[in-house]
Design a protein around this ligand. Structure first.
Ligand SMILES: Nc1nc2c(ncn2[C@@H]2O[C@H](COP(=O)(O)OP(=O)(O)OP(=O)(O)O)[C@@H](O)[C@H]2O)c(=O)[nH]1
Ligand SMILES: [Mg+2]
Length: 499
């Protein structure tokens, strides 16, 4: 079943491009997925196609995103449609699927984006409809936008409402939103964020909130990028989201058929069993500089899964903030969805038994000029080349049998009204260059920190600061008060989870 991506505003379009590019990246099938014939043959290792959920393939094999691009200014959409270096792109958008409405943006005003003329919504929904007609089912929709600007937040919410009105009975809506840095960006960002969250509470089926602040910290602390730019943030966020929504399976038997892959609808149904609780957060392990990936060996239970569990336990988004002394979950969870990708590993240097695979891999990379050379530590790398270490290596394990019971009840603190709070899916296709990786989607009271930021908006609102700018587009005192009430109720519900 397909998933339609709708990218709205600057952030939505740039981020959508990164997520789709990550989904379309050639992954490395792990050794266990190779048959003896393919190991001994001189053919290169087959690279699995990108998930058909998100792409159509043309007869010439080009991946075309099932996506609609929307903005109120042309620059970003045009860059998505016509990348600077088309030969480096691993997918493309359909030129007909873009809607550039107006010319000057929505001036960081949620109300201006939300109250876009009917014709704007109609022309966007026509593009959506024409994409829907290319598939047999009404797809789930993934809507991407920031919640600080005017177009992504306001128009993104209006499109969510519109899709819900037209297709809500048949299809689910998943919003991925970017929350702004806590200070120093748009002066009315807290208003825009509050109005966005409240509106999505009403019309979306699930909201994944990603904080720019956290992404930036991850780039600095884990990817060792001194001054991360938007491209760095999007690369990291794109990988994290793709690690969750890309094809994964409940067991090895279902792996052979792409139709069995976990779909966006399945993820939403699992994550949001009760429509009063729609907010999700995301974690990914490992995050490390590209140059270090090749030299790192990890384990499953005592590595990837244990670190994700401890991050979940202490409510932190990044591994560098783990507190290993915490022995119990700090809060209560409604649901968790864990995705494990990879296997016992790409061949290790000097592993005689795997030389055949190593040769194949070397040959494959030699013909793939978009990938790095074979393992040789970069001259100034500060990361110790763990892979080349002569120390005892962990035994090769199999992703299909990794024990994830630390996420099951009672090892994790779940609400007692959800009978099926934990799901794990897997794939032995490696995610990009990671030998083993895990992504974790969580619906828990960890969203409270974000909801507390709404208080900043209330302080401004009490002084009626900038409210007239919103009134000019039909969002006045009553609408603000209704939004704050909506979010106060959401906050109270999440708070009560731990009581
Ligand atoms: N992670 C990430 N954040 C972005 C990106 N572009 C903008 N932002 C954030 O998004 C917010 C601004 O929203 P934009 O998406 O630029 O605004 P817009 O939706 O185009 O709306 P207007 O320009 O006001 O019409 C700020 O918090 C930025 O930090 C991006 O590519 N990636
Ligand atoms: Mg803009």
């Amino acid at each position: 079943m397909p998933t339609l991506t709708i990218q709205v505003g600057q952030c939505g379009n740039q981020l959508g491009s990164s997520i789709l590019s990550s989904l379309a990246s050639p992954s490395v099938p792990s050794p266990s997925s190779l048959t003896p014939t393919s190991l001994s043959s001189s053919a290169s290792i087959p690279v699995p196609p990108p998930p058909s959920q998100f792409f159509r393939q043309t007869q010439r094999g080009t991946n075309v995103a099932r996506a609609v691009l929307v903005d109120t200014e042309p620059k970003v959409v045009e860059r998505c449609l016509n990348p600077l270096d088309p030969s480096a792109a691993n997918f493309r958008y359909s030129q007909n699927n873009s809607c550039i409405i107006g010319a000057g943006g929505a001036a960081n005003n949620w109300a201006r984006g939300y109250s876009s003329p009917e014709s704007v919504l109609t022309s966007t929904m026509e593009k959506v409809q024409s994409e829907l007609e290319k598939s047999d089912y009404t797809p789930a929709v993934h809507i991407l936008h920031s919640c600080a600007g005017g177009t992504g937040s306001g128009l993104g919410c209006a499109l969510t409402r519109e899709y819900n009105d037209e297709h809500g009975s048949k299809a689910l809506i998943f919003n991925t939103i970017i929350t702004p840095f806590e200070t120093g960006e748009v002066i009315v960002q807290d208003y825009n964020a509050a109005l966005t969250l409240s509106s999505l509470n009403d019309f979306s089926d699930g909201v994944l909130c990603i904080e720019n602040e956290v992404a930036s910290r991850a780039c600095k602390k884990l990817l060792k990028i001194e001054h991360p730019g938007v491209k760095d943030l999007n690369g990291l966020i794109g990988d994290s989201v793709a690690s969750i929504i890309g094809d994964s399976y409940t067991d090895l038997q279902s792996f052979n058929n792409a139709a069995n892959a976990m779909q966006m609808d399945d993820i939403l149904r699992h994550m949001v069993p009760n429509s009063y609780y729609k907010m999700m957060s995301l974690r990914m392990v490992p995050m490390m500089p590209e140059r270090s990936v090749e030299f790192t060996r990890d384990t499953w239970e005592s590595g990837v899964v244990k670190r994700l569990k401890q991050m979940h336990r202490c409510g932190t988004s990044l591994e560098c903030d783990i507190n290993w002394r915490k022995e119990e979950d700090v809060g209560a969870s409604i649901s968790n969805f864990l995705v494990l990708r990879g296997d016992g590993g790409l061949p290790r240097m000097g592993d005689e038994k795997r030389t055949g695979i190593l040769d194949l891999e070397r040959r494959r990379r030699a013909t793939d000029n978009s990938t790095a050379a074979l393992p040789t530590p970069p001259p100034n790398s500060k990361t110790p080349p763990k892979a080349a270490s002569a120390k005892k290596l962990p035994p090769t394990s199999d992703v299909w049998s990794v024990d994830c019971s630390s996420f099951s009840s009672p090892n994790t603190n779940y609400v007692d009204w959800n009978n099926d709070p934990f799901k794990v899916t897997r794939s032995h296709v490696n995610f990009k260059r990671y030998e083993k990786m895990g992504g974790l989607l969580t619906n828990s009271d960890s969203c409270l920190k974000l909801l507390e930021r709404v208080d900043n908006a209330k302080v401004k609102f009490d002084a009626r600061a900038y409210v007239h700018q919103y009134e000019a587009y039909g969002v006045g005192v009553d609408e603000f008060e209704a939004a704050f009430l909506n979010l106060d109720e959401t906050r109270a519900r999440y708070r009560n989870l731990s009581k």
